[in-house]
Design a protein around this ligand. Structure first.
Ligand SMILES: Cc1ncc(COP(=O)(O)O)c(C=O)c1O
Length: 392
Protein backbone atom coordinates (compact mmCIF):
# COMPACT_ATOMS: atom_id res chain seq x y z
CA UNK A 1 0.00 0.00 0.00
CA UNK A 2 1.24 3.47 -0.85
CA UNK A 3 1.28 6.02 1.98
CA UNK A 4 -0.17 8.85 -0.10
CA UNK A 5 0.28 11.46 2.63
CA UNK A 6 3.99 10.69 2.83
CA UNK A 7 4.33 10.64 -0.95
CA UNK A 8 2.70 14.07 -1.12
CA UNK A 9 4.77 15.46 1.74
CA UNK A 10 7.89 14.39 -0.16
CA UNK A 11 6.69 16.07 -3.37
CA UNK A 12 7.08 19.86 -3.12
CA UNK A 13 5.00 20.50 -6.25
CA UNK A 14 1.87 19.07 -4.59
CA UNK A 15 1.55 22.34 -2.68
CA UNK A 16 1.27 24.32 -5.87
CA UNK A 17 -0.60 22.36 -8.49
CA UNK A 18 -2.89 19.43 -9.23
CA UNK A 19 -0.48 17.61 -11.46
CA UNK A 20 -2.25 15.09 -13.68
CA UNK A 21 0.35 15.21 -16.43
CA UNK A 22 2.68 12.49 -15.23
CA UNK A 23 2.77 10.94 -18.69
CA UNK A 24 4.18 14.28 -19.82
CA UNK A 25 6.64 14.84 -17.01
CA UNK A 26 5.96 13.95 -13.36
CA UNK A 27 6.62 16.08 -10.28
CA UNK A 28 10.04 15.21 -8.89
CA UNK A 29 10.14 14.12 -5.26
CA UNK A 30 12.44 15.98 -2.86
CA UNK A 31 15.15 13.24 -2.76
CA UNK A 32 15.49 13.41 -6.56
CA UNK A 33 15.55 17.19 -6.57
CA UNK A 34 18.13 17.11 -3.78
CA UNK A 35 20.37 14.68 -5.65
CA UNK A 36 20.27 16.64 -8.92
CA UNK A 37 20.52 20.14 -7.47
CA UNK A 38 23.13 18.98 -4.96
CA UNK A 39 25.30 17.75 -7.80
CA UNK A 40 24.92 20.99 -9.76
CA UNK A 41 25.91 22.94 -6.65
CA UNK A 42 28.93 20.70 -6.20
CA UNK A 43 29.92 21.33 -9.83
CA UNK A 44 29.65 25.06 -9.22
CA UNK A 45 31.73 24.81 -6.05
CA UNK A 46 34.57 22.46 -6.98
CA UNK A 47 34.44 22.10 -10.79
CA UNK A 48 32.56 19.74 -13.09
CA UNK A 49 35.18 17.00 -13.45
CA UNK A 50 36.05 17.16 -9.78
CA UNK A 51 32.37 16.95 -8.82
CA UNK A 52 32.06 13.84 -10.97
CA UNK A 53 34.96 12.20 -9.12
CA UNK A 54 33.60 13.22 -5.73
CA UNK A 55 30.07 11.94 -6.47
CA UNK A 56 31.05 8.92 -8.59
CA UNK A 57 29.37 6.32 -6.41
CA UNK A 58 25.95 8.02 -6.47
CA UNK A 59 26.27 8.65 -10.21
CA UNK A 60 27.28 5.10 -11.03
CA UNK A 61 24.39 3.80 -8.96
CA UNK A 62 22.39 4.65 -12.10
CA UNK A 63 23.48 1.35 -13.69
CA UNK A 64 22.69 -0.86 -10.69
CA UNK A 65 19.36 0.85 -9.99
CA UNK A 66 18.22 0.62 -13.62
CA UNK A 67 19.28 -3.01 -13.83
CA UNK A 68 17.24 -3.77 -10.69
CA UNK A 69 14.23 -1.96 -12.08
CA UNK A 70 14.05 -4.10 -15.21
CA UNK A 71 15.71 -7.36 -14.13
CA UNK A 72 18.88 -6.83 -16.19
CA UNK A 73 22.63 -6.65 -15.50
CA UNK A 74 24.29 -3.23 -15.00
CA UNK A 75 26.57 -3.90 -17.99
CA UNK A 76 23.52 -4.06 -20.25
CA UNK A 77 22.47 -0.46 -19.49
CA UNK A 78 23.34 2.84 -21.18
CA UNK A 79 22.55 6.34 -19.92
CA UNK A 80 21.13 8.62 -22.61
CA UNK A 81 19.31 11.92 -22.81
CA UNK A 82 15.85 10.64 -23.75
CA UNK A 83 13.79 7.60 -24.61
CA UNK A 84 13.96 8.61 -28.25
CA UNK A 85 17.74 8.71 -28.22
CA UNK A 86 17.79 5.33 -26.45
CA UNK A 87 15.44 3.76 -29.00
CA UNK A 88 17.30 5.35 -31.93
CA UNK A 89 20.67 4.08 -30.73
CA UNK A 90 19.30 0.54 -30.73
CA UNK A 91 17.17 0.82 -33.87
CA UNK A 92 19.79 2.44 -36.10
CA UNK A 93 22.29 -0.25 -35.05
CA UNK A 94 20.34 -2.87 -37.01
CA UNK A 95 21.21 -3.36 -40.65
CA UNK A 96 18.24 -3.70 -42.98
CA UNK A 97 18.13 -4.44 -46.69
CA UNK A 98 15.64 -4.49 -49.51
CA UNK A 99 12.99 -7.13 -48.86
CA UNK A 100 13.56 -7.24 -45.09
CA UNK A 101 10.65 -6.48 -42.81
CA UNK A 102 10.09 -4.72 -39.51
CA UNK A 103 6.92 -5.58 -37.59
CA UNK A 104 5.46 -2.86 -35.40
CA UNK A 105 2.29 -1.84 -33.60
CA UNK A 106 -0.47 0.57 -34.68
CA UNK A 107 0.13 2.79 -31.66
CA UNK A 108 3.89 2.96 -31.98
CA UNK A 109 5.44 6.28 -31.00
CA UNK A 110 5.62 9.06 -33.61
CA UNK A 111 9.42 9.31 -33.54
CA UNK A 112 9.72 5.54 -33.96
CA UNK A 113 7.52 5.75 -37.04
CA UNK A 114 9.62 8.62 -38.40
CA UNK A 115 12.71 6.42 -38.04
CA UNK A 116 10.89 3.50 -39.72
CA UNK A 117 9.90 5.70 -42.65
CA UNK A 118 13.39 7.15 -43.03
CA UNK A 119 14.95 3.69 -42.87
CA UNK A 120 12.44 2.32 -45.38
CA UNK A 121 13.36 5.14 -47.76
CA UNK A 122 17.06 4.53 -47.29
CA UNK A 123 17.17 0.75 -47.36
CA UNK A 124 13.97 -0.59 -48.92
CA UNK A 125 13.00 -2.37 -45.70
CA UNK A 126 9.25 -2.87 -45.44
CA UNK A 127 7.50 -1.64 -42.30
CA UNK A 128 4.49 -3.78 -41.47
CA UNK A 129 1.97 -2.39 -38.98
CA UNK A 130 0.42 -5.35 -37.23
CA UNK A 131 -3.32 -4.69 -36.74
CA UNK A 132 -5.02 -4.44 -33.39
CA UNK A 133 -7.40 -7.07 -32.01
CA UNK A 134 -10.97 -6.58 -30.82
CA UNK A 135 -9.71 -4.95 -27.59
CA UNK A 136 -7.76 -2.31 -29.51
CA UNK A 137 -4.37 -3.74 -28.53
CA UNK A 138 -1.73 -5.33 -30.73
CA UNK A 139 -3.17 -8.57 -32.13
CA UNK A 140 -0.90 -11.39 -30.99
CA UNK A 141 -2.44 -13.72 -33.60
CA UNK A 142 -1.83 -11.24 -36.41
CA UNK A 143 1.74 -10.79 -35.21
CA UNK A 144 2.31 -14.55 -35.22
CA UNK A 145 0.88 -14.77 -38.75
CA UNK A 146 3.16 -11.96 -39.96
CA UNK A 147 6.36 -13.65 -38.80
CA UNK A 148 8.50 -15.17 -41.54
CA UNK A 149 12.13 -15.24 -42.70
CA UNK A 150 11.96 -11.67 -43.95
CA UNK A 151 11.28 -10.22 -40.50
CA UNK A 152 14.48 -8.79 -39.01
CA UNK A 153 13.03 -6.82 -36.09
CA UNK A 154 9.90 -6.62 -33.97
CA UNK A 155 9.55 -3.12 -32.49
CA UNK A 156 6.55 -2.47 -30.26
CA UNK A 157 5.44 0.27 -27.88
CA UNK A 158 4.32 -0.96 -24.47
CA UNK A 159 2.12 1.99 -23.42
CA UNK A 160 1.42 4.39 -26.29
CA UNK A 161 1.56 8.14 -25.98
CA UNK A 162 -2.14 8.67 -26.63
CA UNK A 163 -4.04 6.37 -24.32
CA UNK A 164 -4.36 3.94 -21.45
CA UNK A 165 -3.59 0.87 -23.53
CA UNK A 166 -1.01 -1.62 -22.24
CA UNK A 167 0.10 -3.81 -25.15
CA UNK A 168 0.49 -7.55 -24.47
CA UNK A 169 4.27 -7.46 -24.68
CA UNK A 170 5.06 -10.76 -22.94
CA UNK A 171 3.10 -12.55 -25.69
CA UNK A 172 5.09 -10.59 -28.26
CA UNK A 173 8.27 -11.75 -26.52
CA UNK A 174 7.25 -15.41 -26.80
CA UNK A 175 6.72 -15.05 -30.55
CA UNK A 176 9.99 -13.15 -31.02
CA UNK A 177 11.96 -15.78 -29.11
CA UNK A 178 10.38 -18.72 -30.93
CA UNK A 179 11.24 -17.08 -34.25
CA UNK A 180 14.69 -15.86 -33.14
CA UNK A 181 13.84 -12.26 -34.11
CA UNK A 182 15.21 -9.36 -32.01
CA UNK A 183 12.50 -7.55 -30.05
CA UNK A 184 12.91 -3.82 -29.31
CA UNK A 185 10.45 -2.51 -26.71
CA UNK A 186 9.57 1.15 -26.24
CA UNK A 187 8.87 1.20 -22.49
CA UNK A 188 8.95 4.98 -22.24
CA UNK A 189 5.53 5.28 -20.65
CA UNK A 190 5.50 2.02 -18.71
CA UNK A 191 8.80 2.47 -16.84
CA UNK A 192 7.98 3.52 -13.28
CA UNK A 193 4.29 2.88 -13.79
CA UNK A 194 4.18 -0.90 -13.95
CA UNK A 195 6.62 -3.75 -13.26
CA UNK A 196 9.12 -4.44 -16.05
CA UNK A 197 11.23 -7.57 -16.29
CA UNK A 198 13.15 -8.00 -19.51
CA UNK A 199 13.27 -11.79 -19.15
CA UNK A 200 9.57 -12.12 -18.42
CA UNK A 201 8.81 -9.84 -21.37
CA UNK A 202 11.39 -11.50 -23.58
CA UNK A 203 12.64 -8.27 -25.14
CA UNK A 204 16.23 -7.85 -26.36
CA UNK A 205 16.35 -4.07 -26.10
CA UNK A 206 14.26 -1.60 -24.12
CA UNK A 207 14.15 2.20 -24.11
CA UNK A 208 12.76 4.50 -21.42
CA UNK A 209 12.77 8.08 -20.26
CA UNK A 210 13.49 9.53 -16.81
CA UNK A 211 10.97 12.34 -16.54
CA UNK A 212 7.66 10.46 -16.83
CA UNK A 213 6.48 7.82 -14.36
CA UNK A 214 10.00 7.39 -12.96
CA UNK A 215 9.80 10.99 -11.69
CA UNK A 216 13.38 11.77 -12.68
CA UNK A 217 14.77 15.00 -14.15
CA UNK A 218 14.06 15.97 -17.76
CA UNK A 219 16.77 15.21 -20.31
CA UNK A 220 17.46 11.72 -18.97
CA UNK A 221 16.73 8.22 -20.22
CA UNK A 222 18.16 4.75 -20.56
CA UNK A 223 18.67 1.94 -23.00
CA UNK A 224 18.90 -1.75 -22.14
CA UNK A 225 20.42 -4.19 -24.63
CA UNK A 226 20.59 -7.89 -23.80
CA UNK A 227 24.19 -9.10 -23.47
CA UNK A 228 23.79 -11.69 -26.25
CA UNK A 229 22.80 -8.93 -28.68
CA UNK A 230 25.11 -6.19 -27.42
CA UNK A 231 28.26 -7.10 -29.24
CA UNK A 232 26.38 -7.66 -32.49
CA UNK A 233 24.98 -4.12 -32.50
CA UNK A 234 27.20 -1.50 -34.08
CA UNK A 235 26.04 1.92 -32.78
CA UNK A 236 25.12 4.49 -35.42
CA UNK A 237 27.20 7.16 -33.63
CA UNK A 238 30.30 6.63 -31.54
CA UNK A 239 32.69 8.79 -29.59
CA UNK A 240 35.46 8.24 -27.08
CA UNK A 241 32.96 7.01 -24.52
CA UNK A 242 31.77 4.25 -26.81
CA UNK A 243 35.12 3.16 -28.18
CA UNK A 244 38.89 3.18 -27.62
CA UNK A 245 41.26 4.46 -30.32
CA UNK A 246 43.75 1.60 -30.10
CA UNK A 247 46.01 2.34 -33.12
CA UNK A 248 46.18 5.15 -35.70
CA UNK A 249 43.84 3.22 -38.00
CA UNK A 250 41.83 1.18 -35.52
CA UNK A 251 39.23 1.52 -32.79
CA UNK A 252 37.56 -0.97 -30.51
CA UNK A 253 34.00 -0.61 -29.30
CA UNK A 254 33.30 -1.07 -25.62
CA UNK A 255 31.86 -4.47 -24.88
CA UNK A 256 29.11 -3.24 -22.54
CA UNK A 257 26.01 -1.06 -22.86
CA UNK A 258 28.07 2.09 -22.64
CA UNK A 259 28.94 1.70 -26.30
CA UNK A 260 25.61 3.51 -26.84
CA UNK A 261 26.49 6.45 -24.59
CA UNK A 262 27.93 9.90 -25.22
CA UNK A 263 31.13 10.97 -23.50
CA UNK A 264 29.60 14.20 -22.24
CA UNK A 265 26.64 13.63 -19.98
CA UNK A 266 24.31 15.55 -17.73
CA UNK A 267 25.67 14.18 -14.46
CA UNK A 268 23.18 16.11 -12.34
CA UNK A 269 20.45 14.46 -14.40
CA UNK A 270 22.11 11.07 -14.17
CA UNK A 271 22.44 11.16 -10.39
CA UNK A 272 18.87 12.45 -10.21
CA UNK A 273 17.61 9.58 -12.34
CA UNK A 274 19.58 7.08 -10.24
CA UNK A 275 17.87 8.48 -7.14
CA UNK A 276 14.48 8.49 -8.87
CA UNK A 277 14.79 4.82 -9.77
CA UNK A 278 15.87 3.89 -6.25
CA UNK A 279 12.97 5.96 -4.93
CA UNK A 280 10.53 4.02 -7.13
CA UNK A 281 12.10 0.74 -5.97
CA UNK A 282 11.71 1.83 -2.33
CA UNK A 283 7.96 2.35 -2.85
CA UNK A 284 7.77 -0.89 -4.81
CA UNK A 285 6.75 -0.88 -8.47
CA UNK A 286 4.00 -3.46 -7.79
CA UNK A 287 2.46 -1.14 -5.19
CA UNK A 288 2.79 1.83 -7.55
CA UNK A 289 1.12 -0.14 -10.32
CA UNK A 290 -1.76 -1.21 -8.13
CA UNK A 291 -2.45 2.39 -7.11
CA UNK A 292 -2.04 4.06 -10.50
CA UNK A 293 -4.17 1.44 -12.23
CA UNK A 294 -6.94 2.09 -9.68
CA UNK A 295 -6.66 5.85 -10.09
CA UNK A 296 -6.85 5.45 -13.88
CA UNK A 297 -9.96 3.25 -13.64
CA UNK A 298 -11.61 5.61 -11.17
CA UNK A 299 -10.95 8.65 -13.33
CA UNK A 300 -12.26 6.88 -16.43
CA UNK A 301 -15.48 6.01 -14.62
CA UNK A 302 -15.95 9.56 -13.30
CA UNK A 303 -15.26 11.23 -16.64
CA UNK A 304 -17.34 8.68 -18.53
CA UNK A 305 -20.35 9.63 -16.40
CA UNK A 306 -20.21 13.27 -17.57
CA UNK A 307 -22.52 14.33 -20.37
CA UNK A 308 -20.64 15.13 -23.57
CA UNK A 309 -17.41 13.45 -22.44
CA UNK A 310 -16.14 10.41 -24.34
CA UNK A 311 -13.37 8.37 -22.79
CA UNK A 312 -11.19 6.91 -25.55
CA UNK A 313 -8.90 4.37 -23.90
CA UNK A 314 -8.79 0.88 -25.34
CA UNK A 315 -7.07 -2.42 -24.51
CA UNK A 316 -7.77 -5.39 -22.26
CA UNK A 317 -5.31 -3.95 -19.72
CA UNK A 318 -5.39 -0.19 -19.05
CA UNK A 319 -3.00 1.95 -17.09
CA UNK A 320 -2.96 5.39 -15.46
CA UNK A 321 -3.27 7.30 -18.73
CA UNK A 322 -6.81 8.49 -19.35
CA UNK A 323 -7.76 10.12 -22.64
CA UNK A 324 -11.02 11.79 -23.49
CA UNK A 325 -12.68 14.48 -25.53
CA UNK A 326 -15.49 16.86 -24.72
CA UNK A 327 -18.21 17.38 -27.34
CA UNK A 328 -17.86 20.71 -29.16
CA UNK A 329 -14.83 21.77 -27.09
CA UNK A 330 -11.29 21.53 -28.41
CA UNK A 331 -8.78 19.55 -26.39
CA UNK A 332 -6.53 22.62 -26.26
CA UNK A 333 -9.34 24.68 -24.75
CA UNK A 334 -9.98 22.02 -22.10
CA UNK A 335 -6.28 21.91 -21.25
CA UNK A 336 -5.99 25.70 -21.03
CA UNK A 337 -9.13 26.01 -18.92
CA UNK A 338 -7.83 23.39 -16.50
CA UNK A 339 -4.41 25.04 -16.38
CA UNK A 340 -6.04 28.31 -15.31
CA UNK A 341 -7.63 26.40 -12.43
CA UNK A 342 -4.28 24.95 -11.37
CA UNK A 343 -4.80 21.52 -12.91
CA UNK A 344 -2.21 20.13 -15.33
CA UNK A 345 -3.14 17.78 -18.17
CA UNK A 346 -1.86 17.54 -21.73
CA UNK A 347 -3.19 17.10 -25.23
CA UNK A 348 -2.52 14.09 -27.45
CA UNK A 349 -2.72 15.49 -30.94
CA UNK A 350 -3.86 13.32 -33.83
CA UNK A 351 -0.65 14.35 -35.62
CA UNK A 352 1.39 12.37 -33.11
CA UNK A 353 -0.56 9.14 -33.68
CA UNK A 354 -1.47 9.35 -37.35
CA UNK A 355 -2.31 5.72 -38.06
CA UNK A 356 -4.39 5.14 -34.96
CA UNK A 357 -6.18 8.49 -35.19
CA UNK A 358 -7.17 7.78 -38.79
CA UNK A 359 -8.22 4.19 -38.06
CA UNK A 360 -10.33 5.16 -35.06
CA UNK A 361 -11.42 8.56 -36.38
CA UNK A 362 -10.10 10.23 -33.23
CA UNK A 363 -10.03 13.97 -32.54
CA UNK A 364 -7.23 15.55 -30.51
CA UNK A 365 -7.59 14.11 -27.01
CA UNK A 366 -7.16 15.48 -23.51
CA UNK A 367 -4.72 13.26 -21.62
CA UNK A 368 -4.90 13.06 -17.82
CA UNK A 369 -2.34 10.84 -16.14
CA UNK A 370 -2.39 10.46 -12.35
CA UNK A 371 0.52 9.03 -10.39
CA UNK A 372 0.57 7.37 -6.99
CA UNK A 373 1.08 10.67 -5.18
CA UNK A 374 -2.14 12.14 -6.57
CA UNK A 375 -4.98 12.26 -4.06
CA UNK A 376 -8.50 11.11 -4.89
CA UNK A 377 -9.86 14.63 -4.35
CA UNK A 378 -7.51 15.89 -7.07
CA UNK A 379 -9.31 13.60 -9.52
CA UNK A 380 -12.62 15.05 -8.28
CA UNK A 381 -11.33 18.56 -8.94
CA UNK A 382 -10.42 17.60 -12.48
CA UNK A 383 -13.81 16.04 -13.12
CA UNK A 384 -15.63 19.08 -11.71
CA UNK A 385 -13.55 21.42 -13.83
CA UNK A 386 -14.19 19.37 -16.98
CA UNK A 387 -17.92 19.41 -16.24
CA UNK A 388 -17.78 23.21 -16.06
CA UNK A 389 -15.68 23.74 -19.20
CA UNK A 390 -17.39 26.28 -21.44
CA UNK A 391 -18.28 25.27 -24.94
CA UNK A 392 -16.29 27.23 -27.54
C1 LIG B 1 5.53 5.82 -26.14
C2 LIG B 1 6.58 6.86 -26.13
N1 LIG B 1 7.80 6.57 -26.61
C3 LIG B 1 8.80 7.47 -26.63
C4 LIG B 1 8.60 8.75 -26.18
C5 LIG B 1 9.73 9.73 -26.28
O1 LIG B 1 10.31 10.01 -25.06
P1 LIG B 1 11.42 11.15 -24.98
O2 LIG B 1 10.70 12.44 -25.12
O3 LIG B 1 12.08 10.96 -23.65
O4 LIG B 1 12.36 10.93 -26.10
C6 LIG B 1 7.35 9.12 -25.67
C7 LIG B 1 7.13 10.49 -25.17
O5 LIG B 1 6.03 10.97 -25.03
C8 LIG B 1 6.32 8.16 -25.65
O6 LIG B 1 5.09 8.46 -25.21
Amino acid sequence: MIDVDRARAETPGCEHVVHLNNAGSALMPQPVLGAAVGHLELEARVGGYEAHDANAEAIDRFYGATAELIGAAPEEIAFVSSATRAWDMAFYSFRFGHGDRILTSVADYISNYLAFLQTAERTGVEVVTVPNDEHGQLSVDALRDAVDDRVKLIAVTHVPTNGGLVNPVAEVGVIAREAGIPFLLDACQSAGQLPLDVDAIGCDALSATGRKFLRGPRGTGFLYVRSELLERLDPPLIDMRAADWVAPDRYELRRDGRRFEEWEQDYAGKVGLARAIDYALEWGVEAIWERVRDLGARLRAQLGALEGVTVRDVGAERCAIVTFDVADVSADHVMETLRRRGINVSVSATSSAVIESLERDLPDLVRASPHYYNAADELDRLVEAVAETDVV
